[in-house]
Design a protein around this ligand. Structure first.
Ligand code: ADP
Length: 159
């Protein structure tokens, strides 16, 4: 069974990593889909940079691969021959958005289902937005993201 875990991942956090590790045991093949979302203003990393950084962070997971995509998630899912979409649920506030997204996607492509992984309590506060804000303000992000990503974030902030 092939699953896709889509998101912005700007940048990938330890919360995302936790979902990826767990989902990689659930699916035979897991594809991380990095959304090329031109409507989101001021991204920290380009989609290609994110793909490279995520690949580096995931070298130890042989059944996981990474690609960027734009347009509709259902089109990407069809094109990749996947049947399951993975999403993480952090808090109650994620629920409404995720529910409507999954129902819309199911309407657009009934052969696809969304599977939710609830966040490990250790990472439930963590978001890419928080990581970017802490980093831009000179804070320590080493407990929030994989090592290679912390390095890349610090380099971006220095520039
Ligand atoms: P998007 O912009 O599509 O929400 P994100 O990169 O913010 O993309 O998140 C991608 C997915 O990862 C979403 O399903 C989100 O709920 C989940 N996620 C984000 N942060 C965490 C976290 N700390 N723990 C678990 N899941 C998370």
């Amino acid at each position: 069974m092939k699953a896709i875990y889509p998101g912005s991942f700007d940048p990938l956090t330890l919360g995302h990593m936790d979902i990826i590790k767990r989902a990689s045991k659930f699916a035979d093949e897991l594809l991380i889909g990095v959304l090329n979302n031109s409507s989101k203003s001021n991204p920290m990393f380009t989609p290609m940079e994110r793909v490279e950084l995520i690949r580096e962070a995931l070298v130890d997971l042989p059944n996981v691969s990474v690609k960027s995509f734009d347009g509709l998630l259902v089109d990407f899912v069809k094109q990749e021959g996947a049947s399951i979409v993975i999403r993480g649920l952090r808090a109650f506030t994620d629920f409404e958005y995720e529910l409507t997204m999954s129902q819309t996607n199911n309407k657009l492509y009934p052969d696809m289902d969304t599977v939710f992984f609830t966040t490990n309590i250790e990472y439930s506060y963590l978001s890419s937005t928080t990581v970017r804000e802490v980093a831009w303000n000179g804070g320590d992000i080493t407990g929030f993201v994989p090592e290679n990503i912390a390095k890349a974030v610090y380099e971006k902030v220095k520039k």
